[in-house]
Design a protein around this ligand. Structure first.
Ligand code: ZN
Ligand code: ZN
Length: 382
């Protein structure tokens, strides 16, 4: 298990925010504004609570970055990881206009009012529009091209956080036979899984998908009151958040209280081959869309292509879904440190589905898999 303070200290350095400034400058973006969420946490270590009062990290393309925070939260910021980075904190009082404070400080650093302003992709509209109002000559755009480029490529410390998260979720899957039984509802199984995710050291449960029988054909089905029957195929896709904010996400498919019939066994073997092919294709220089194609080609060639209805994967880090997306049209070449899911699925509407998902990391010479539990269709006694 990881602890918040020791690991965060090693994970977040002032270099990150300076790297963001350099990338913004290269891209001609005058100012980045990041509000509570994973971008802010990534750059400053500050895991701020999102609310109506403005908290923002402002990164002008020249000069020092600064934090704008409500006065009542300033002591907490100073005492936390962001304070340790030495970022200037501009505290605002309840009757101040925090957007004017941010705009004025950014303009002073730049020597002129910023024109191109990049805001976080998941910044609340009221905050983005507040920035726009305070800088009437500016045009807002997404900060994603800068932030994604940084966040996509994980440091060695981040990879170890993801590996620890992966090992924890693997231990939860290893216990599935205790909970996934004939006669229990998906919701009952999901509650047990959620408790186990926390018991394994995660601080939050992001999702517990237990898709039994026909519900397995809906990839993002979560939980229902459906009772699991003998011989049901059950898709279990689970993940959560560790103390340092890094995420787990792993899918296995089970057969409960029976054996898979011959047709299921046949297409499950195709799915497994597809997942293996995509994983084996991972190495520097291969593009995201080539990883998608590696999985899709196996399923297409076997005649099941119309039943693989989603992209092959997504990046993972402080968010469960982040860049890069492993999908046709994404010609981003992989580089060492890029972490993402490989999760092909086959879904038969009204009947059942299956998915196999691991988190993988591109290494100098290939791939490292961060989930290592068995990938065959596991038959649980039920
Ligand atoms: Zn998943
Ligand atoms: Zn996933």
């Amino acid at each position: 298990m990881v602890t918040a303070t020791s690991s965060t200290d090693a994970l977040v350095t002032i270099d990150r925010v300076h790297a963001a400034r350099d990338l913004a400058d290269d891209a001609g973006v005058d100012l980045l504004v990041l509000t509570p969420g994973s971008d802010l946490r990534y750059l400053s270590g500050y895991n701020a609570h999102a609310m109506e009062r403005l908290t923002a990290l402002a990164v002008p393309r020249s000069g020092e970055p600064f934090l704008v925070v409500p006065r009542l939260e300033a002591p907490m910021v100073d005492a936390g990881p962001a304070g340790g980075l030495g970022l200037e904190v501009l505290a605002w009082d309840e009757t101040d206009d925090p957007f004017a404070l941010l705009a004025g400080a950014a303009t002073a650093r730049l020597g002129t009012a910023p024109v191109r302003v990049g805001v976080g992709a998941r910044t609340w509209a009221e905050h983005a529009l507040g920035v726009q109002r305070a800088l009437p000559g500016s045009a807002l755009e997404l900060a994603s091209p800068v932030l994604d480029r940084l966040r996509m490529v994980k440091s060695a410390a981040e990879i170890e956080e993801l590996a620890a998260a992966g090992a924890a979720i693997d231990r939860v899957h290893a216990r599935m036979g205790e909970w996934l039984r004939v006669g229990r509802t998906e919701a009952e199984v999901g509650a047990d899984i959620a408790a186990a995710i926390l018991a394994e050291g995660h601080v939050g449960v992001d999702f517990t998908i237990v898709g039994s029988g026909p519900n397995g054909a809906s990839p993002h089905h979560e939980l229902s009151g459906r009772t699991i029957g003998a011989g049901d195929l059950v898709v279990v896709d689970i993940g959560g958040e560790t103390a340092t904010g890094y995420r787990s996400d792993c899918t296995r498919t089970y057969v409960v209280g029976g054996a898979a019939d011959a047709e299921v066994a046949e297409w499950y073997a195709v799915l497994r081959a597809a997942q293996e092919a995509a994983t084996a294709a991972v190495r520097p220089g291969v593009t995201a869309q080539e990883i998608d194609a590696a999985a899709r080609t196996v399923i297409d060639d076997a005649g099941w292509g119309e039943h693989f209805i989603h992209r092959t994967g997504h990046g993972i880090g402080l968010d469960t879904h982040e860049a890069p997306y492993i999908v046709a049209g994404n010609d981003l070449p992989l580089v060492p440190g890029i972490a993402f899911s490989v999760e092909p699925g086959i879904y038969l509407a009204g009947r059942c589905g299956a998915r196999i998902e691991d988190i993988v990391v591109c290494t100098e010479d290939g791939v490292r898999t961060l989930n290592d539990g068995p990938r065959e269709l596991a038959e649980l006694a039920g």
